[in-house]
Design a protein around this ligand. Structure first.
Ligand code: SF4
Length: 211
C-alpha cells in the first residue's frame, strides 16, 4: 500500500491547479487534477477534461462520466473507490486532441499520481491514454505487479453499440485483474528477501504481455 497521505495528494492537486506550463492554462476555466482516494487500488486514466469537467473541476462528470460510473457498477466496482484522472489536466479548446507538446508538459503530473498511489490496476481509457501509457501495446500489459488494461473511452462508446458491448465485457473482467495483481503483489512480497528491493525494481521495468 502507498505511504502517501491524502494531504500529499491534495498538495499535488494544488500544484496542478496553479500550473501554467503549457498554453492550455490560458483557455481553461480550471485545471482538473483528479478525484478519488489515495488508497485506491484502481486508477482510471482518460484523455483530458471536457466542457463539464472544465467547469466543475472534476474528471468524468459529463455523459461519459455517467457511463463510466454505470460500467464500473455493472462490474461490481464502486466509483468512490477508484482514483480517476486524465493524461492532460486542462481542457483543450473545443475538445480538440491534445498537442504532443501539451501531453509532454503535463505527463510528469500523471507520473507523480501513479507513484503516489501505486495502484494495482490502471484502466487506460482511449487512444491518447494508450499512446502515453502503453505505446505500441494492443492488449493488457503487466509491469511488475501492476496491470494496465486498455479500454475504449466511454465517450466513444456512448453512441456506438458495438463499442459499448466490448467495453461492458472488458469492464466485467476488471475485478479479476485486480485479484490477479493483488496475488502477484503478495507473491512478490513473500518471495523477495529483505535487501533485494533493487533487483525487484529492475524487474518491474520489463514489460510482459500476457494473453
Ligand atoms: S495541461 Fe498540464 S501542463 Fe498544461 S497548464 Fe494544464 S496542468 Fe499545466
Amino acid at each position: 500500500m502507498p505511504a502517501t497521505t491524502t494531504e500529499e495528494l491534495l498538495e499535488l492537486h494544488g500544484r496542478i491547479r496553479e500550473c501554467t506550463a503549457c498554453p492550455l492554462h490560458k483557455t481553461r476555466i480550471q485545471a482538473v487534477p483528479g478525484y478519488g482516494p489515495v488508497t485506491a487500488r484502481i486508477m482510471a486514466v482518460g484523455e483530458g477534461p471536457g466542457e463539464t469537467e472544465d467547469r466543475e473541476g472534476k474528471p468524468f462528470v459529463g455523459a461519459a462520466g455517467q457511463l463510466l460510473t454505470r460500467l464500473l457498477e455493472s462490474a461490481g466496482l464502486d466509483r468512490r473507490d477508484i482514483y480517476i484522472t486524465n493524461i492532460i489536466k486542462c481542457r483543450p479548446p473545443g475538445n480538440r486532441d491534445p498537442e504532443a507538446e501539451e501531453v509532454e508538459a503535463c505527463s510528469h503530473f500523471l507520473d507523480e499520481q501513479v507513484s503516489m498511489l501505486q495502484p494495482d490496476v490502471i484502466l487506460v481509457l482511449g487512444r491518447h491514454a494508450l499512446s502515453r501509457l502503453l505505446p505500441g501495446a494492443g492488449g493488457r500489459v503487466r509491469r511488475g505487479e501492476r496491470v494496465y488494461v486498455p479500454l475504449y473511452h466511454p465517450a466513444a462508446a456512448l453512441y456506438n453499440a458495438t463499442l459499448m458491448d466490448t467495453l461492458e465485457a472488458d469492464m466485467r473482467r476488471v475485478r479479476e485483474y485486480l485479484a490477479d495483481a493483488e496475488a502477484e503483489r503478495s507473491r512478490r512480497a513473500a518471495a523477495v528477501p529483505i535487501g533485494a528491493a533493487a533487483d525487484d525494481a529492475a524487474s518491474t521495468d520489463q514489460l510482459a504481455l500476457f494473453e
